[in-house]
Design a binder for this molecule. Structure first.
Ligand SMILES: [Zn+2]
Length: 283
């Protein structure tokens, strides 16, 4: 897929799993298991699917997956599996080395979105992409450092502090609406504070990198909101606006966590929003 001057590549960076109940909030299990099967520990399988935008001068990566800095116990809890796909390998498959990445756009600093932003080399924590500028919303960076008892487990400082220390972190103010002609920022605050989604567009194609406002296709019904969300009624409002636009304007919704579907298109029906088209790979 190309959008404007950019060629897009899907970057698979691994699998993990989270509790299905936590992922579907108030929705009863008999309903959410219709789309997302639970394992014997009630976890649903998730992927970390990132996106790479390439043009003559820039190689832009959106989110970085879980990364490699996990101990044995956490690997087991989150069923982390990077044997089939891993961030650095997936980039190298396209002939891209970590040094080549010019920009890393981080939707937010939860560990499954920025885990691969830093690496341990000889027991020393380093930025994984040494020549890149990393972008995050100011509000999310502030929140990540002062999160609450309820959500502090999702923010691991090893995944972002060093980026700021080394001057690689570009903290975006709320008034920045575009990063380039084709890359607009959509700020949402229901899931955490200052999550940024990326709306990629040219005259013929729209694609929204949905991050955690739509983790999997199974989360499409407006009320199927993860229990992790700090402000679910804000999420609901944000979804209403975005789903309407996506249905009316035929957007690709790029799903970061859906192990089956890379993208979907949606339609508005009497029964609510439904999947109209699904793509297991980026078309
Ligand atoms: Zn998140």
């Amino acid at each position: 897929m190309t959008i404007g001057k950019y060629t897009l590549h899907q970057i698979d960076s691994g699998f993990f799993a989270l509790d299905g109940g936590a992922m579907f909030g108030i929705i009863p299990k008999p309903l959410w298991t219709k789309t997302n099967i639970a394992d014997d520990r009630n976890r649903i399988k998730l992927t970390t699917r990132n996106l790479l935008l390439v043009n003559d001068s820039r190689k832009i990566l959106i989110d970085t997956g879980m990364g490699q800095k996990w101990d044995k116990k956490s690997k087991d809890i989150y069923a982390i599996d990077q044997t089939e796909s891993e961030l650095t390998n997936s980039l190298q498959f396209l002939g891209i080395e970590p040094e080549d990445i010019t920009d890393v756009l981080l939707t937010h600093l939860h560990f499954d979105h920025t885990g691969g932003s830093t690496v341990l080399r000889n027991n020393k924590l380093e930025p994984a992409f040494p020549n890149a500028s990393y972008y995050v919303q100011e509000q999310n960076f502030e929140w990540a450092q002062h999160s609450t008892e309820r959500d502090k487990g999702s923010y691991i400082k090893e995944n972002f502090e060093i980026l700021a220390k080394e001057g690689l972190l570009k903290v975006l103010k709320g008034n920045v609406e575009k990063l380039d002609e084709e890359i607009s920022i959509v700020r949402v605050n229901g899931h955490t504070r200052g999550q940024q989604l990326f709306h990629l567009h040219d005259s013929s194609t729209n694609l929204l990198y949905c991050a955690d406002i739509l983790p999997t296709a199974g989360h499409l019904p407006l009320q199927y909101i993860p229990g992790y969300d700090l402000q679910p009624l804000i999420t609901l409002q944000e979804r209403k606006l975005l789903w309407k636009k996506a249905a009316e304007e035929d957007w690709f919704l790029f799903l970061e966590h859906d192990p089956e579907n890379c993208c979907i298109k949606i339609e508005s029906t009497e029964d609510g929003y439904l999947v109209a088209e699904q793509y297991d790979r980026l078309p």
